[in-house]
Design a protein around this ligand. Structure first.
Ligand code: HPA
Length: 308
């Protein structure tokens, strides 16, 4: 891991300056990890660059685009792109199908910030890096976070290409972005009883009906990856109550909820999970299905954002 404030360490979240965070009684020294990176400063440095590039734009909505789902940005008006390489602390994505930029622009009457390219745990990133964009959005004044992902379908009635509205999640990564010091503006023990906002989900269902997009609600489970699951693991996840499985989203929602952002999530079922169909799993096929469904998902996203 690079030194010199380039990357954020999740577990080693140090915050300097002696401020009192919302989690009273936390001793920052206890949470100073070996990397010793000051996360609030990291967030502020990224936010400062973005504020400068955003100019008079004040997006309140951010959209995280999953694998192969980046075409949403083409629908944004007066769009400006900000490459990750120009944002302090944002690494370059290493996965095919993931862009490496934030795009600011308008959808309907709303300013939106879209994240094209995620930092996955399986790339070796700490949870703190995976959620750096979310924390930066919050610092910019974003209050609504819409997340999308590609996922394997566990529920038997899901076909490849189905879109699932995420009703709830299971974080099975054994990582938590809030591990360590309580950052200013975050809670020590955030409530997670309505992780995917009830009213936003109702709105999404209304929009889906109106636009004639089939939308089923279900539970998403985030695993660490990068290997796909075995059939036995999928049977286990099924018994645990999961309808779709992927390698993102839950940790981002945890960080977002800790900062009070409302979340809405969609999974695109890009393949049937291992053992559900006899077919081998293949990233190229995942990308192909995501590309096929991205138009439908974009219709949903636009419809929801226009009514926010
Ligand atoms: N498993 C985990 N992650 C995924 C899958 C899957 O089957 N498909 C797309 N992302």
């Amino acid at each position: 891991m690079r030194k010199g404030g380039k990357r954020v360490s999740g577990a080693g979240a140090l915050w300097a300056g002696g401020q009192r965070s919302s989690g009273a009684g936390v001793n920052p020294r206890v949470a100073a990890g070996p990397e010793g990176i000051d996360v609030p400063e990291q967030i502020e440095r990224a936010a400062a660059v973005l504020r400068n590039r955003l100019g008079r734009r004040r997006p309140k909505i951010a959209v995280v685009l999953g694998s192969g789902l980046g075409s949403f940005t083409k629908r944004m008006r007066d769009a400006v792109s900000i490459r990750y390489r120009d944002i302090p602390g944002f690494p370059e994505p290493t996965v095919v199908g993931h862009g490496g930029e934030l795009v600011a622009g308008a959808i309907g009457g709303n300013e939106v910030l879209a994240q094209s390219g995620r930092f996955h745990l399986y790339e070796g990133h700490d949870a703190g890096v995976a959620v750096l964009p979310v924390r930066t959005f919050a610092a910019l004044g974003v209050n609504t976070l819409i997340l999308t992902n590609a996922a394997g379908g566990i529920r038997r009635t899901f076909a490849a290409g189905a879109v699932m509205l995420i009703a709830d999640h299971i974080n099975l990564t054994f990582r938590n972005p809030l591990f360590g010091a309580v950052l200013p503006g975050e809670e020590r023990f955030p409530d997670m009883s309505d992780p995917y906002d009830h009213s936003l989900r109702a709105l999404a269902r209304e929009v889906a009906l109106q636009k004639r997009v089939a939308l089923n609600q279900g539970v998403y489970v985030q695993v660490l990856g990068p290997s796909y699951e075995t059939p036995a693991e999928i049977r286990m996840l099924d018994r645990l109550g999961a309808d779709a499985v992927g390698m993102s989203t839950a940790v981002e929602v945890i960080a977002a909820r800790a900062r009070g952002l409302k979340c809405l999530g969609f999974s695109v079922v890009t393949n049937l999970a291992a053992g559900i169909s006899p077919k081998r799993l293949d990233h190229a096929e995942v990308m192909e299905t995501a590309n096929r469904v991205t138009g439908e998902l974009t219709t949903l996203l636009e419809g929801v954002i226009e009514r926010l």
